[in-house]
Design a binder for this molecule. Structure first.
Ligand SMILES: NC(=O)c1ccc[n+]([C@@H]2O[C@H](COP(=O)([O-])OP(=O)(O)OC[C@H]3O[C@@H](n4cnc5c(N)ncnc54)[C@H](OP(=O)(O)O)[C@@H]3O)[C@@H](O)[C@H]2O)c1
Length: 234
């Protein structure tokens, strides 16, 4: 059964081609887990898998395309035999006032951030259930807890993710633990850091938190982690 800290569990990470997802893949591989890297940019996940070696598998997949997720799950089953940890990290972001002109983008946000996480989860759930010791980690945002003008649809997707996660936590316990991570500003690119004017959370720190949550004894479930840069007010 999966569940101990260093038994080489299999972690599937969406959005592993950059930012928090790539850092999480590096950290979980360093922890001794096998990691499955999902994203649309095949070149980036293949390069990361090359860096991580035999314990990594790169599978191009789009979380808005269920067929690509079903194919990915089949390949994980064939090559690694199971999934113990699923990190729903893939997302898109949009800033600016709510307008009709942006409606295409709004649909993409909902389809990626909310429906994408739901579809990935329902596709991988049978594997997560199999060994009776799964972890589902949903990367939400401080925007689910503290909203401000200019991120209406993004905040809606992350609030939705939180509500959905809490229901799943109750439905899937105790075999699958559900953890929601709600970061404030994370240093995924230098421009964001400059525009904020204060140091953001390094991606490696978010990865450390994920690693900590999933490595607790199976009787302990960390349900929610809200983490901000020390200088961030809201
Ligand atoms: N950065 C922050 O300040 C911050 C704060 C709070 C929460 N978050 C959350 O943290 C998570 C990671 O964000 P990040 O900051 O690391 O941003 P990022 O570097 O832009 O990463 C987003 C990832 O999502 C993937 N992705 C987007 N659409 C996809 C799709 N349709 N199918 C599969 N993968 C898709 C991208 O890969 P491809 O383009 O290769 O598909 C990329 O790997 C997100 O859930 C975000 O909402 C970030």
């Amino acid at each position: 059964m999966a569940g101990d800290q260093d038994d080489g569990r299999v972690a599937v990470i969406t959005g592993a081609s950059s930012g928090i997802g790539a850092a999480t893949a590096r950290k979980l591989a360093a922890d001794g887990h096998r990691v499955v890297l999902l994203a649309r940019r095949a070149d980036r996940i293949q390069a990361l898998a090359g860096e991580l070696g035999k314990r990594a598998l790169a599978i191009p997949a789009d979380v808005t395309d269920r067929d690509s997720l079903v194919a990915a799950a089949g390949r994980v089953q064939r090559e690694f035999g199971r999934t113990d940890i699923l990190v729903n990290n893939a997302a898109a972001m949009a800033r600016g006032p709510f307008t009709s002109e942006q409606r295409g983008l709004y649909r993409r946000l909902v389809e990626t951030n909310l429906l994408g996480a739901m579809t990935t989860t329902e596709v991988f759930l049978p594997q997560l259930r199999d060994d009776g010791g799964g972890d589902l980690v949903n990367i939400s945002s401080v925007a689910a807890r503290s909203v401000r003008a200019g991120i209406a649809v993004y905040a809606a997707t992350k609030s939705g993710l939180n509500g959905w996660s809490e229901v799943l936590r109750q439905e899937l316990q105790p075999d699958i633990r559900v953890t929601v991570i709600e970061p404030g500003g994370v240093a995924t690119n230098p421009e964001t850091e400059q525009s904020r004017g204060y140091p953001l959370i390094p991606v490696e720190q978010v990865a450390e938190i994920i690693s900590f949550c999933i490595s607790r004894p199976r009787t302990v479930s960390i349900n929610e982690v809200l983490v901000r840069p020390s200088s961030q007010a809201h």
